[in-house]
Design a protein around this ligand. Structure first.
Ligand code: ZN
Ligand code: FE
Length: 258
C-alpha cells in the first residue's frame, strides 16, 4: 500500500471476480467508512478481524457490483451517494453533489462529479490522508467504459482528478490493470515509465497481488486516458493537432475493441 500521511488506515478488500471495496479507519475516533459494497461477506470479514464497525458507507455509482452487498452491511451507518444518481441507488441517508465538503471518519472530504461511466458517478477525495476513491472513473492505467456519458464528459471528469496532487493514492474499483497495461503499450509503446510499470503489474499479478491503489503521479505519466492532451501521446497516435477530446474518444474506442 502506498504511504499516506494521516491517521486514517486504508484497507483494500477484493470482492466478486475483480472488484475492490475499501475501508478507511480513524483509530482515534473509531470511525470507519466503506467505499462501495460489491458483496457483504469479505467486507464483514475484514471488519470483524479488526473489530471495526461502519459509521459511513459511500456508494460511488449505482451499478450492481458496487451496491449489491449494501443491505447486510448498512446497520446504523450513514449511506452517502450522489443526488444525481439517487433514484437508482439504494436509499441514501445523505445525498451529495460536486463541490460539497463533508466530514467523514473525522476528516474533511471533497465530492467530485466524475460522470462518464455513468451519469452521477462520484469520487471522494480525502486531502489530508491523500486518498481519492475513484471506482469506475479513473482506474489503474485505465478508465471506466462509457455506458452513459460522452467522451467529453469523461475527459472533463478525469481532468478534475488529474488536478489532484501527485502523491494522492488512487483507489479504483476493479483489477483490470494487466489488460489495461497491455492496451496502454499499444498506444505509447515508447513510454519508458509505462514499460516499467507494465513489468511491475505483470509481476504483481503473477504473485496474486492487487495492483491498486496506485499513485496519481504514476497515473499521470502512464495512463493513456489521462494523457489525451500529451504531445508525445498525440504524436504516437498521429493526432498531433487533434483536440484532446477527440484523442480521448479515439483511445476509449480502441480500448472497447481491445
Ligand atoms: Zn460500474
Ligand atoms: Fe464496476
Amino acid at each position: 500500500m502506498p504511504e499516506t500521511n494521516a491517521a486514517l488506515e486504508l484497507v483494500t478488500i477484493p470482492c466478486l471476480a475483480d472488484n475492490y471495496a475499501y475501508l478507511l479507519h480513524n483509530a482515534a475516533t473509531g470511525d470507519t467508512v466503506l467505499v462501495d459494497a460489491p458483496e457483504a461477506a469479505p467486507i464483514q470479514a475484514a471488519l470483524e478481524t479488526r473489530g471495526w464497525t461502519l459509521t459511513d458507507i459511500i456508494l460511488t455509482h449505482h451499478h450492481f457490483d458496487h451496491v449489491d452487498g449494501l443491505e447486510p452491511l448498512r446497520g446504523s451507518a450513514r449511506v452517502i451517494g450522489a443526488t444525481q444518481d439517487a433514484d437508482r441507488l439504494p436509499p441514501l441517508d445523505l445525498a451529495v453533489a460536486e463541490g460539497e465538503t463533508l466530514t467523514i471518519c473525522g476528516e474533511t472530504a471533497h465530492v467530485y462529479d466524475v460522470s462518464g461511466h455513468t451519469i452521477g458517478h462520484i469520487a471522494i477525495h480525502f486531502p489530508s490522508s491523500r486518498v481519492v476513491f475513484t471506482a469506475d472513473s479513473l482506474m489503474a492505467l485505465g478508465c471506466g467504459r462509457l455506458f452513459e456519458g460522452t467522451p467529453a464528459q469523461m475527459w472533463d471528469s478525469l481532468q478534475k482528478l488529474r488536478a489532484l496532487p501527485d502523491e494522492t493514492c488512487v483507489c479504483s474499483g476493479h483489477e483490470y490493470t494487466e489488460t489495461n497495461a497491455a492496451f496502454a503499450l499499444t498506444i505509447e509503446p515508447e513510454n519508458s515509465d509505462l514499460i516499467s510499470r507494465a513489468q511491475d503489474v505483470s509481476a504483481a499479478r503473477s504473485n496474486g497481488q492487487a495492483t491498486v491503489p496506485s499513485m496519481l503521479g504514476v497515473e499521470k505519466r502512464t495512463n493513456p486516458f489521462l494523457r489525451a492532451d500529451n504531445a508525445d501521446l498525440k504524436a504516437a497516435l498521429g493526432m498531433a493537432e487533434a483536440d484532446p477530446v477527440d484523442v480521448f474518444a479515439h483511445i476509449r474506442k480502441k480500448r472497447d475493441n481491445f
